[in-house]
Design a protein around this ligand. Structure first.
Ligand SMILES: Nc1ncnc2c1ncn2[C@@H]1O[C@H](COP(=O)(O)OP(=O)(O)OP(=O)(O)O)[C@@H](O)[C@H]1O
Ligand SMILES: [Mg+2]
Length: 240
């Protein structure tokens, strides 16, 4: 079975050609990163996969099924979760209510691999449990990011797209969020994570793609990429 494969994807914003034939293959159960600096095309790739940007050419296969033209809400039902770069929480709802909103999309979902429940979320994100009655709008940046990921987990994805989950977070928060992302992958959820923070991404992923100017420049296991001096020019090296 092909779990997830993108072939020769081309996307545009109006007349601007942004993605030039992106191809990615992701094995079930792995954590793969998409590395690239500002404007490289990471978010456009994730949005094209999700259908928020309509690709003009190429194919997207998820579990042997062509999903290029499947609408985003239908992709959620098929088991794809998407955590955008902007943290999307409901500020006036509590942490627990935010999580309950996540389960609503499940009502029409037929077959679920693993039914995430709020108690599972508290296990992975203990700090959210302590804040369960706090309003979303009062959470710190790191807590809001955890809540956004947690709410997406409540839709029971088999495949999770994370767009720069660590952006703007302090190094200590990045470290603990990294452990949580690995735990989510270990629970059986395949992950594609867009990142600029190469050190962080390479610490937790197994395989990586390097994107620049809407084209995949390199791909390989993280240990291969670490050895490859040529990829540095496509990346911003951060201290975190
Ligand atoms: N809505 C839009 N309309 C027009 N051009 C856009 C739009 N969004 C992004 N772009 C352009 O598409 C290119 C790729 O942007 P994208 O957001 O995918 O990059 P990115 O790798 O996610 O960068 P960042 O790390 O800053 O999030 C950039 O040149 C950007 O200016
Ligand atoms: Mg982006």
């Amino acid at each position: 079975m092909t779990f997830f494969e993108v072939s020769d994807l081309h996307s545009y914003y109006g007349a601007s050609h942004i993605l030039f034939g992106i191809s990615l293959k992701i094995e079930e159960g792995t954590l793969v990163c998409l590395l690239g600096r500002n404007g490289a095309g990471k978010s456009t790739t994730l949005q094209s996969i999700m259908g928020l940007v309509a690709p003009k050419k190429g194919s997207i296969i998820f579990k042997d099924q062509e999903i290029k033209t499947t609408p985003p809400h239908e992709k959620v039902r098929l088991g794809i979760g998407y955590v955008p770069e902007e943290r999307e929480i409901f500020p006036s709802l509590t942490v627990q209510e935010n999580l309950e909103m996540g389960t609503r999309v499940l009502q029409k979902k037929s077959k679920v691999r693993y039914q995430w429940e709020i108690k599972d979320i508290w296990e992975i994100f203990p700090s959210l449990k302590e804040l369960k009655n706090q309003k979303g709008g009062y959470l710190s940046g790191g807590e809001q990011q955890m809540l956004t990921i947690a709410r997406t987990l409540m839709t029971c994805p088999d495949f999770l797209l994370l767009d720069e989950p660590c952006e703007g977070l302090a190094p200590v928060v990045v470290k603990s969020l990294g452990r949580m992302i690995v735990e989510i992958c270990n629970s059986g959820c395949t992950i594609l994570m867009a990142e600029q923070n190469i050190k962080f991404a390479m610490t937790i992923s197994e395989y990586g793609y390097v994107i620049d100017k809407g084209t995949i420049q390199h791909q390989g296991s993280v240990s291969e990429l670490k050895e490859n001096e040529n990829i540095r020019k496509y990346l911003t090296v951060s201290a975190a």
